[in-house]
Design a protein around this ligand. Structure first.
Ligand code: ADP
Length: 404
C-alpha cells in the first residue's frame, strides 16, 4: 500500500511517500519513494519547493503564499515530470499527518473525522502556529484526493499516560480542569526511539527503563518505563524544560511578572522574546545553531562558552529529573540534529554519572554513530545514538490504523 505523510510546520511543509507491504511492516525503516519540502522562510511572500525522487532532484520557486496551491503543486510532482513515481494520485491509499497538539484526549493515532478536525481546531489556542497548518494540510488533501482516509498522529499522544503527579501544575486546581496541565511534545520521536532501542538491544521494550534525549532546535527528554512515557520536560507548551536554539526553556515565571510590571512588556513581546530570542541565540548572541556557537567557543567567545555550559548544565539537571522518575536506567538515548551529530554534547552530558555505572566509549562517540550503542562493554547503562525517523513513524501509525 502507498502511504503519503504530511508533516506541516509553521514555516515549512514536509512530505514523503512510502510503499509498504499489506501483510506486515519491515523491521528497518525503508527509504521513501518520494520526498518534498516547501520552505516558506526563504523570501517574503513566496516559498521554495524541493523534491527528491526517482534519482532526481527538483527545485521550484513558488510565487505566491497560497498554501493549498503549493500543496497541489507538490503533489503534482508525484505524477508528472522527472520525479514522477505514480501514474495517478488515486494510487495513494492513506495519508498520515503529524499533528502537534492532540490535547489529553488522544492517546493514539486516529482516523480523521469531523469531530477530530473540530478537536484539532479547538486546540489552536494551545498550538497557534502548528494546528492551523495541520488543518490546512488536511483540507488540501480533501480537496485534491477527495474521500481518502486520513490519519492524525499526535505529538502529544505518547505522553497521555504521564501520571497526574507529573502532569498537574501546582497552581489552583480549577486551572487544570480548564486544560492547563503538562502535555509534552516530540512524542512521535520519543516513542519511535524507545521502540528502536529495544530492537537494537534485542530486549523486550516492556523490560526497559529508557531516557530519550530529543535534542534538535526544539528539545525535550522523556522518561520511558516499559514503553510508557511517565515524565517529560516539555509542558503546557514546547517552551518548558531544556534550553533550546531560540527558546529559553524553564525560567522563574516571576521574571515575566517583573517584566510586565517594570518594563511594560505585553504578551506578544514576551512570547517573541522567550520563543525566538532566547536559548543559544539569546545567551551567546552568536546564533541559534549549535554549530555556529561551537565555532565561537573555539575562538574563545565568552558568551558562547557560557551558553554551551548552560545548555549542558540544564540537560544534565533534567536527565537527573527523568532518572528520579524512573528509579533506574537501562538506556540513555540521543537523537535529533544535536543528539545525532554533536559528539561533544553527548560526551559532556555523559560526564559525572560514574556512580550509575554509565560509561561512554569516547572513540565510538566520535565516529558519527547512527543507530548504535556507544557505551563501553562494561557500562551498566547502554548509551545509544538513534536517527529519529518521525515520517516513518507516522507512516507506521497510519498503516496500523488502516489495518484495525
Ligand atoms: P528541528 O527541531 O528544527 O527539527 P533538528 O533536529 O534538525 O531541528 O536539529 C537542528 C539543529 O541541530 C541545528 O540547529 C544545529 O544546532 C544542530 N546540528 C545539526 N548538525 C550539527 C552538527 N554537526 N554539530 C552540532 N550541531 C548540529
Amino acid at each position: 500500500m502507498k502511504i503519503l505523510v504530511l508533516n506541516a510546520g509553521s514555516s515549512s511543509q514536509k512530505s514523503c511517500l512510502y510503499q509498504l507491504p499489506e501483510t506486515g511492516l519491515p523491521e528497518h525503516p525503508p527509504s521513501s519513494l518520494w520526498s518534498a519540502t516547501i520552505d516558506w522562510t526563504v523570501a517574503d511572500g513566496c516559498g521554495v519547493l524541493k523534491v527528491k525522487a526517482a534519482g532526481q532532484k527538483l527545485e521550484i520557486k513558488l510565487e505566491s503564499e497560497d498554501r493549498l496551491e503549493a500543496i497541489k503543486l507538490m503533489l503534482d510532482t508525484l505524477v508528472t515530470g522527472e520525479t514522477q513515481v505514480l501514474k495517478e494520485l488515486a494510487e495513494i491509499d492513506i495519508v498520515g499527518h503529524r499533528v502537534v497538539h492532540g490535547g489529553s484526549e488522544y492517546s493514539q493515532a486516529v482516523l480523521i473525522t469531523t469531530p477530530v478536525k473540530e478537536a484539532i481546531a479547538s486546540l489552536i489556542p494551545l498550538a497557534p502556529t502548528h494546528n492551523p497548518a495541520h488543518l490546512e494540510g488536511i483540507k488540501a488533501i480533501e480537496q485534491i484526493l477527495g474521500d481518502i482516509p486520513q490519519v492524525a498522529v499526535f505529538d502529544t499522544a505518547f505522553h497521555t499516560n504521564i501520571p497526574p503527579k507529573a502532569a498537574v501544575y501546582p497552581i489552583p486546581y480549577h486551572w487544570y480542569e480548564q486544560g492547563i496541565r503538562r502535555y509534552g511534545f516530540h512524542g512521535i520521536s520519543h516513542k519511535y526511539c524507545a521502540a528502536r532501542v529495544a530492537q537494537l538491544l534485542g530486549k523486550p521494550l516492556e523490560s526497559l527503563k529508557i531516557i530519550t534525549c530529543h535534542l534538535g532546535n526544539g528539545a525535550s527528554l522523556a522518561a520511558i518505563s516499559g514503553g510508557v512515557g511517565i515524565n517529560t520536560t516539555m509542558g503546557f507548551t514546547p517552551l518548558e524544560g531544556l534550553m533550546m536554539g531560540t527558546r529559553s526553556g524553564s525560567i522563574d515565571p516571576a521574571i515575566l511578572i517583573y517584566l510586565m510590571r517594570e518594563w511594560g512588556f505585553d504578551a506578544e513581546q514576551l512570547n517573541r522574546l522567550l520563543n525566538q530570542e532566547s536559548g543559544f541565540k539569546g545567551v551567546s548572541g552568536v546564533s541559534a545553531d549549535l554549530r555556529a556557537v561551537l565555532s565561537a567557543v573555539e575562538e574563545g567567545n565568552p558568551r558562547a562558552i557560557l551558553a554551551f555550559e548552560m545548555y549542558i548544565h540544564r540537560l544534565k539537571t533534567n536527565i537527573g529529573a527523568m532518572l528520579a522518575s524512573l528509579g533506574g536506567l537501562d538506556a540513555l538515548v540521543f537523537t535529533a540534529g544535536i543528539g545525532e551529530n554533536a559528539a561533544i554534547v553527548r560526551e559532556k552530558a555523559c560526564e559525572g554519572w560514574d556512580f550509575l555505572g554509565l560509561k561512554l566509549d569516547l572513540e565510538q562517540n566520535n565516529q558519527r554513530p547512527e543507530d548504535m550503542d556507544i557505551s563501553t562493554p562494561d557500562s551498566k547503562v547502554r548509551i545509544l545514538v538513534i536517527h529519529t525517523e518521525e515520517d516513518w513513524a507516522i507512516a507506521q501509525e497510519a498503516w496500523y490504523v488502516s489495518h484495525q
